[in-house]
Design a protein around this ligand. Sequence first.
Ligand code: ZN
Length: 463
Amino acid sequence: MTYAATPLAPALQHLTRTMPASAQYKVTDMNTYRYNKKRKEHQLVSVPAVPRPKYVPPVFPMSAGDLEAMHNGTGELLSILSWMRPDKTQAEADFVRLYVADLQALADVYRVDGFGNIWVTIDPVTNEGARDVATSPSILFSCHTDTMHSVGGRQDVEFKADNQTLGLVQKKPGRCLGADDGAGLWLMREMIRARVPGSYVFHRAEEVGRLGSTWVERNDSKRLAGFDACIAFDRKGTDNLITHQMGQRGISDAFADSFLGSLKRASDGKVSLVHDDTGSYTDSYSYFDYIAECCNVSIGYRSEHGPNETLDVGYLWSLRCAMIRADFSGLKIERDPTVQDYGYGSGWDGFGWPKGAGGVYRGADAYADGDYDYDLPKSYGRGMGRISSWREDELARKDKASKQAIDAADDYFGAEDDRLTTLCREFPSVAATILQDVGITAMDFMESIGIGYPEDDVSEASN
Ligand SMILES: [Zn+2]
């Protein structure tokens, strides 16, 4: 199908005609209108100044020597981030062949489970000069292979002026840097190359509702036996050790302190993380009932899941050096995985999270087994007839998973998201102007939500 560039307003009108009624809003022209609820009509208001996103400098300081070492050592990271690899795409499958399956040559044990998650073990016994293996805890490191891109393919990434922060060259909707979780995946490759003892799992389909790890939890939990800790590398920022996910404690304070101490010593104080109990979830959350200590560690990305995502490579490089050098034989394993603990201090009080309610969300996973009562409106599918590439079963599957994830996230972060959605609804013209200002065309927009704009409709739409 070929697409033609079109003016924004008619394109948006065309777009809304193809959407379900519930998702439609009044498309106005490029002036700014505000909906007056009393008079039930849109009224022209003065155009507010559009705030520009401010450049956020990296927070992790690097010396010139470290910066040079980092640039020499992170070439592969840039290649990894050039892949747009959402779940169930050919690009993701190709990517996994290139950047995960090749680890077979280095692994002492290499397995692919029934879902497609890949498990690599670096055996401490065959690791000459390894630390005291008899007393060392057994660690499972975790990342995920998929990203939040709307389509699979390749993209250009570049260092910003500071020579330390990576970002996208072209910021388009439906895109992201994919450092969530390309950064975690790269870090695990580096640790495997350096033969850091432990097991490493490359999860599939995390971004569409933790499908890979919940599959393991339900169908293959024997694989989790024997691990003392699961350390996921899938957290934004440069200073977080996630102690709680969905309000439930995943690691003991003793583990947190001993792990952070090891990282600090191994990095001469550079990698200095703090306890954070405000985690939503990543794959390690699926293993709470099976592995004693389950956490998530900052790997340097921010503004993930969107075109403004950046990665502080300086931080990631320092974390990589620390993880390779650190001695984890003194990690304290104390949490009892059979006991659910929702007691925590500061993080969630403001969100009105009821005590013990976290269990509802874990239980809600059962919906993914088939009795989940969520369907797209009938008219939705008909209106979307022009979409060429969506396979319906896949759409339904993704939608179930993402609706669950969105519902859960909304309860936590709803306040912020609702505000933005409400603003877009109330000020569609301003929203469109902001999109245009950052270089996003109507065609980009439609592409990102999966709606093609066929050439033969151009004349109709521009009349
Ligand atoms: Zn992630």
